[in-house]
Design a binder for this molecule. Structure first.
Ligand SMILES: Nc1ncnc2c1ncn2[C@@H]1O[C@H](COP(=O)(O)OP(=O)(O)O)[C@@H](O)[C@H]1O
Ligand SMILES: [Mg+2]
Length: 260
């Protein structure tokens, strides 16, 4: 469970606010999409949850504990983080990248080995073939698969993802998103995913939080956002993908019609 209560963040001692009075409640096992345009405060919000950034005011609670009362290093090791791009260590192999947090946690070698194999299997990269490769010997999609495995290596139940599919071509994006959705259900993950793509949010999230200029405009289920948009900006964001889907459906119907 993740709760933000009236959370604000200023990087300049209170002159300006990158995040202002954001309140979010995410029940366990659910996926929240943090959605909005560039610079609206999505990454800042995400990073306050695991204290890569400390908030200026308000309160953030993860699994019942106020994050300010947890040692930030321990907190970060307990929460998976998938970086924009893949953020893998370029000089470490796939297996070494995955093992970073388990090693810091002093897991025995045997346990790390087993876990690495299991994770590579889960993200559908055969261990035999991929274990010893360096990140530069992987495609973008494969790198991001390793990014997922690394984020979950220490059996984290909470995962934060910053535009995890952003840099990928549409086909890879589609495949990887499908695999991630299965994984997060199988592992019952609580997830916060940053995206600027409303279609992605509508397709994958249980809850969507729409941000603009550091503020939360609306939070709700995809259905609530579609049927009761609380702000013209939300309608605008929803209308784009809905129109595209309708155009696609019309086109398929037309083609069916012309064949019949
Ligand atoms: N480390 C930082 N120091 C100062 N300003 C920052 C820092 N990180 C982000 N910002 C500012 O905060 C605002 C929100 O940024 P960010 O959270 O990265 O937005 P998003 O992820 O939605 O694109 C932007 O105006 C950005 O310039
Ligand atoms: Mg960002």
């Amino acid at each position: 469970m993740i709760t933000l209560e009236n959370v604000s963040k200023s990087y300049d001692g209170g002159k300006t606010f990158s995040v202002k009075n954001v309140s979010i409640h995410l029940p366990p096992g659910k996926l929240l999409a943090l959605l909005g345009g560039s610079g609206c405060g999505k990454t800042t919000t995400l990073k306050m949850i695991n204290r890569l950034n400390d908030h200026t005011s308000g309160r953030i609670v993860v699994n019942g504990a106020d994050v300010m009362r947890i040692d930030p290093v321990a907190l970060r090791r307990s929460i998976g983080y998938v970086f924009q791009g893949s953020g893998l260590f370029p000089h470490l192999t796939v297996a070494q990248n995955i093992a970073v947090v388990p090693k810091l946690l002093d897991w025995p070698k045997e346990r790390i080995l087993k876990r690495t194999e299991a994770l590579l299997d889960m993200v559908r990269l055969p261990a035999q073939e991929f274990r010893d490769r360096l990140p530069r010997q992987l495609s973008g999609g494969q790198q991001q698969r390793v990014g997922f495995a690394r984020a979950l290596a220490a059996e984290q139940k909470v995962i934060l993802l910053d535009e995890p599919f952003g840099a990928l071509d549409p086909k890879t994006r589609f495949e990887l998103r499908g695999d991630f959705m299965k994984l997060r259900r199988a592992l019952d993950l609580t997830a916060v995913m940053v995206t600027h793509d409303m279609l992605e949010a509508l397709l994958s999230a249980d809850l969507i939080a729409v941000m603009k200029e550091g503020r939360l405009l609306q939070m709700g289920t995809p259905h609530e956002l579609r049927t009761k948009p609380a702000d013209p900006y939300v309608s605008e964001l929803i209308d784009g993908p809905m129109r595209e889907m309708k155009d696609l459906k019309d086109r398929i119907d037309d083609e069916k019609g012309s064949r019949a």
